[in-house]
Design a protein around this ligand. Structure first.
Ligand code: G3P
Length: 221
């Protein structure tokens, strides 16, 4: 499963890349607001430059013509720019046009299996089901991922399932077990994923045993 960072913070992306954990990045207007972005083109260009993989940038137009215009401007910023389009009827039309032009689209705000199927049929490269927001209203976000996975497998659909609105490590574990293609993860969740108390305990025991042989803690090679 590929790991994307769900952030508009360039330093977080750099750090994740150093850990070897970033296959791509997703952003949205709320993440831009969180970073208090005012020079939008400069921030987007920096994110595109530091990230080798795809970077999703969202349109804010809601009508077909506006989405197409903004999509072309986003795509002009770099070959790894993916246009994020919301799941609406105008959005579906825009996805169809953009995909026929060879522009990769990530269809966002997916909350039902049929929305995912329709986005895929329109030509979306990625669908972004929001699991945390379904959990917020006492629905099972990860069950949606299972449903989409089944449908895409049934019809050999190659649109990638990009699990979004990830809030905790278990979302990521379940996404991998289901076989989602990608999980896009906030930085704080990404940092928690490799942690295990038994790893910390084991390391501490190894180091204290080593000091029993070599009290200065040095490695004598
Ligand atoms: O990838 C979508 C994500 O940024 C939304 O997350 O936590 O606002 O539901 P959240």
């Amino acid at each position: 499963m590929k790991i994307f960072l769900d952030t508009a913070n360039v330093e977080e992306i750099r750090q994740g890349i150093e850990w070897g954990l970033v296959d791509g990045v997703t952003t949205n207007p709320s993440l831009m607001e969180k970073e208090k972005v005012n020079n939008f083109p400069a921030v987007v260009k920096s994110i595109l430059a530091v990230t080798k993989g795809p970077v999703s940038i969202e349109v804010v137009a809601t009508d077909y013509a506006g989405m197409i215009e903004q999509a072309h401007k986003i795509r002009a910023l770099g070959d790894n720019a993916v246009v994020k389009i919301p799941m609406t009827l105008d959005g579906l039309r825009a996805i169809k046009t953009l995909s026929s032009e060879g522009i990769p689209v990530n269809c966002t705000l997916i909350f039902s299996p049929i929305q995912a199927l329709f986005a895929a049929k329109a030509g979306a490269r990625y669908v972004s089901p929001f699991v945390g927001r379904l959990d917020d209203i006492a629905e099972d976000g990860m069950f949606l991922i299972e449903q989409i996975k089944t449908i895409f497998t049934n019809y050999s659909i190659d649109t990638e399932i990009l699990v979004a609105s990830v809030r905790n490590p278990m979302h990521v574990v379940r996404a991998a077990i289901i076989g989602a293609d990608i999980a896009t993860i906030p930085f704080d969740v990404l940092k928690k994923l490799p942690m295990h108390p038994k790893t910390d305990e084991g390391l501490s025991r190894f180091l204290s045993d080593w000091k029993k042989i070599f009290p200065d803690g040095k490695f004598p090679l």
